[in-house]
Every structure is written in structure tokens, then in C-alpha cells.
Design a protein around this ligand. Structure first.
Ligand code: C2O
Ligand code: CU
Length: 484
């Protein structure tokens, strides 16, 4: 049995910094569980209703140690919700925790009042009933709490699950799609345990960097592969850690989707960097009988401050893929996966600028009573976002799937060429993001834009925007009409 060890180091300036070293599992013999598909009922009017209960439980991350955790409908994490484009969905969210929470549908395009952010708290013993029509491409989305100032802790305790969207009208492009067989969602998270097995919530600049890295809640697990190709839907469900996933033999894989759905074409890659909240779907080709591990390599974080690292060692294995001796044939992945609707710079109506630094956006901390930006429905906007710090941040925009136009004026890498809702911001770089606010207006209920390093979000690195009918009064410090 291995117990997480926290090593106290002394930084150059004499300030003690707690840096944990990731604990290597003794073996990879535990099967990685596939999150169950959440049951749902379809009413006569076609509405598909799910039920989710946030509750307390315990999890055995390490042999013989019971850790108190929180989960949806269980001890840790939650079931996978799955719905199709065009469907009306509804969720009954019940809170059986001892404190208020909320459930946010990360990546979903939906009315602000259904979004599950800090303005839609669910009190203990209460039920919240959001409903909306799914109207976006197939994608790997997820859900997690978003209570004001408490998001990091609620996610860290274990509240998170997948929300998969399908598009029945999309052509078959050869992607593995048998849930739990050759199409497996994998949420990677890190935690620290105290000596008594309870979760340690103390963190540093980016929040907790945990020594215990899990895949679907399991430390040292494996997936048995029975097909020639397997699709992993990777979610960074950590609160602060950024990963650079690849394989122990450095094999090439195909990245086929990013946060909000398919890339135009598969991208051949050996690494995929995911900051908290980001997703990537990858297709890995296996040979019969082989074993290979999904590893997180030292992430290239950009121009971070000297000495900044994602922990004392930042290379570790997350899970093992074990191929059966005979593998069922898989189709070839097509060269063209989808045609993205163009979002062109020339079509932008508005440009806004955002400086991200410390715990502030444009020099201001989150204030639930202040609307920071007012967007006119139908507008195409460019958001020019700069990380003005020497430490990692990222930016998550609710309601939309955006596209990265350029980074410091240069074209983004192909892996950032698809629909995104969360973008890692390398220090001292400027990202121009383009997005369209198609529908859903509500001058009274804001959407959030924030850093998804959840400590940063909780401490104020978040702003609020509303989407309104054209002509509604607009007051905003960062808005400029584009001159085109
Ligand atoms: Cu995944 Cu505003 O959050
Ligand atoms: Cu941040």
C-alpha cells in the first residue's frame, strides 16, 4: 500500500512551498469502471427526463483507507447523461448534501436560467428542474457544481459526470461508438489525502496539485480493449492540474474531437494538453495482446515563471490499456469528420478585450450583482483574451462553443481548430476567440466567463455577461464596435 506523501520544499525566497509528488500505483490491476448511463424517461411530448442526486459517500482510493467523498447517485462522480440533438431534456437535481450546491452543464448551449451557475443554487433537501432543447453538434460535455465561491471544493470532493450529446443526422465517420466497449469516457482527477484518509483541501497558486491521480475514480486501473481501435473521451476533471496526455511508447494517436465536438479532420498527435475543464476525444490503435499506459508527460505550460511546475514530478501513468489476444476489427476513421460552420473575423460585430491576472478579469473580481458585459443576441463577437500573469490560467465561456482565431497573431495548432469552450491561456499571450450568441435572451440572468482553475474562479477570476435583444441598453467597459 502506498500513502500519498507531501514533501515540503523551500523556495528560493525562503517561503515554504508544499509540493506533492505523484504517487505511482503498485499495479494497474483494478478495472477502470465505465460510468453507468443514467436512466431517463421519455414523456409523451418527447421530453427526456433524468434524475440526479448529489449525496455524501465514501471511496476507497487506496487499500484499506476510506475517504469521505461526494457523488451524484453514488459515492463519487456521477452517471453519464446522454441525449440527442433536437431532444428536449429535463433534469431533476436533488441536493442531499449538508450545504447548497448547483449543477452546471459545462459546454451546453442553453438559456441562462437553466445553466446551473451561481445564480441557480439548490438548497439542501431541495430539487431544481432545468429543461432545455439540445441544439448543438455531438460532443463530450460534462456537469459539475458551480456554487458561489465553493466550486473547487464541490468538484474536488467528487461531484462531476459526463453529458454526451449525439447527432443522429451526422454521417458515420468510422468512430468507435459502443459505449463502454470501444468508446469510453475517462475523467482524470488528482487529490491529496491526509493521514486519516480525508481529502486535503490545501493548495498553492493553482489550487490543489494532488499526489493521487485517478481515472474514473481509480488509482492504478486498466481498461481491457477488445477492438482494434478504442476511443477515449478524456476529460480533465481536476481543479488545478494541467496534463499532457500521451502513451508510454510515444505512439501516435488521432485526436478527433475537442471540447464542443468533432474536429474538421483527425489530428495525428503524440500529446494532448488538457487544462482543467477541457476535453479531447482520441482514437488509439491497438495490436492483439499488447499493453500500453496512458501517461501524463511534463506539460508545456508556455512561458511560466521559472520554477513553476505541476508538482514535484510531472510525469506519471494514469491507466493501462490491455489489449485482448484477439481484437475485433474496427472501421477506418474518415479523413473528414465534419464541416464546421464558418465563424469569420469579417463577420464580427463587436470586439471585447479581457486581461486575466491574479484573481481578476480586467482588474475586477467577480461580483454577483454586477453585469460585466452585455451581448446582443445574434452577434458574432471577438474576445481578445490575454494572460497577463506568469502562471497558468484558462478561460471558460458559458453558453457558446467558440473558435480560436489566433494566438499572438499566429494560427492556432490543429488540435485547437474545433469547437472549444475552455482555452488554456499560456502566460503573456493573447488569444483571439470568436463566437456567436445565437439565441436565448434574458437581461436578468447572467452567464459566467471564468478561469477553470477552480480556486481562481472561487477567488474572483470570473465575470458575468447577459445576452439581450438588440437595442437593449448596453453598458460595458470593454466593448467596441468593430469598424468593418
Ligand atoms: Cu465547468 Cu463555469 O464551469
Ligand atoms: Cu486562473
Amino acid at each position: 500500500m502506498t500513502v500519498a506523501v507531501a514533501v515540503a520544499l523551500v523556495a528560493g525566497c525562503g517561503v515554504p512551498v508544499s509540493v506533492s509528488s505523484v504517487t505511482a500505483p503498485d499495479d494497474f490491476d483494478t478495472p477502470v469502471p465505465v460510468p453507468p448511463l443514467a436512466p431517463s424517461e421519455v414523456a409523451a411530448d418527447g421530453t427526456r427526463t433524468f434524475r440526479l442526486t448529489a449525496q455524501e459517500g465514501t471511496t476507497r482510493f487506496l487499500d484499506g483507507i476510506e475517504t469521505p467523498t461526494w457523488g451524484f447517485d453514488g459515492d463519487l462522480l456521477g452517471p453519464t447523461l446522454r441525449a440527442s440533438r433536437g431532444e428536449q431534456v429535463a433534469v431533476e437535481v436533488r441536493n442531499e448534501l449538508p450545504e447548497p450546491t448547483s449543477v452546471h452543464w459545462h459546454g451546453m448551449h442553453l438559456p441562462a436560467a437553466m445553466d446551473g451557475g451561481p445564480h441557480q443554487p439548490v438548497d439542501p433537501g431541495e430539487v431544481w428542474r432545468p429543461t432545455w432543447r439540445v441544439d448543438q453538434p455531438a460532443a463530450t460535455l460534462w456537469y459539475h457544481p458551480h456554487p458561489h465561491g465553493r466550486t473547487e471544493e464541490h468538484v474536488y470532493r467528487g461531484l462531476a459526470g459526463f453529458f454526451l450529446l449525439d447527432d443522429p443526422a451526422a454521417p458515420d465517420v468510422g468512430l468507435p461508438h459502443a459505449y463502454g466497449v470501444d468508446d469510453v469516457p475517462v475523467v482524470v482527477q488528482d487529490r491529496n489525502l491526509d493521514d486519516d484518509g480525508t481529502l486535503d483541501l490545501d493548495g498553492g497558486e493553482v489550487g490543489v496539485l494532488g499526489s493521487l491521480v485517478t481515472a474514473n475514480g481509480v488509482h492504478g486501473g486498466h481498461l481491457t480493449v477488445t477492438t482494434e481501435r478504442v476511443r477515449l473521451r478524456l476529460l480533465n476533471g481536476s481543479t488545478g492540474r494541467t496534463y499532457a496526455f500521451g502513451f508510454t511508447d510515444d505512439r501516435t494517436f488521432l485526436q478527433v474531437a475537442s471540447d464542443g465536438g468533432l474536429l474538421p479532420s483527425p489530428v495525428e498527435a503524440t500529446r494532448v494538453r488538457l487544462s482543467p475543464g477541457e476535453r479531447a476525444e482520441i482514437v488509439v490503435t491497438m495490436t492483439p495482446g499488447e499493453t500500453v499506459r496512458l501517461r501524463s508527460f511534463r506539460p508545456d505550460l508556455g512561458r511560466v515563471a521559472a520554477g513553476f511546475a505541476m508538482g514535484a514530478n510531472d510525469e506519471f501513468d494514469v491507466l493501462e490499456l490491455r489489449a485482448a489476444d484477439a481484437l475485433a476489427a474496427s472501421p477506418e476513421v474518415a479523413d473528414v469528420l465534419t464541416t464546421l460552420e464558418p465563424l469569420r473575423e469579417a463577420d464580427a460585430d463587436v470586439t471585447r478585450t479581457f486581461s486575466v491576472a491574479g484573481r481578476e478579469i480586467n482588474g475586477r473580481r467577480m461580483d454577483m450583482s454586477r453585469i460585466d458585459e452585455t451581448v446582443e443576441v445574434g452577434a458574432t463577437e471577438i474576445w481578445e483574451v490575454r494572460n497577463d500573469d506568469a502562471v497558468p490560467h484558462n478561460l471558460h465561456v458559458h453558453d457558446v462553443q467558440l473558435r480560436v482565431l489566433d494566438i499572438d497573431g499566429g494560427a492556432p495548432p490543429a488540435a485547437l481548430g474545433g469547437p472549444k469552450d475552455t482555452v488554456y491561456l499560456e502566460p503573456r499571450r493573447t488569444y483571439r476567440l470568436i463566437m456567436r450568441f445565437e439565441d436565448y435572451t434574458d437581461p436578468a440572468v447572467p452567464y459566467m466567463v471564468h478561469c477553470h482553475l477552480l480556486l481562481h474562479e472561487d477567488e474572483g477570476l470570473m465575470a458575468q455577461f447577459v445576452v439581450v435583444e438588440p437595442g437593449a441598453e448596453v453598458r460595458s467597459s470593454t466593448r467596441e464596435k468593430s469598424a468593418h
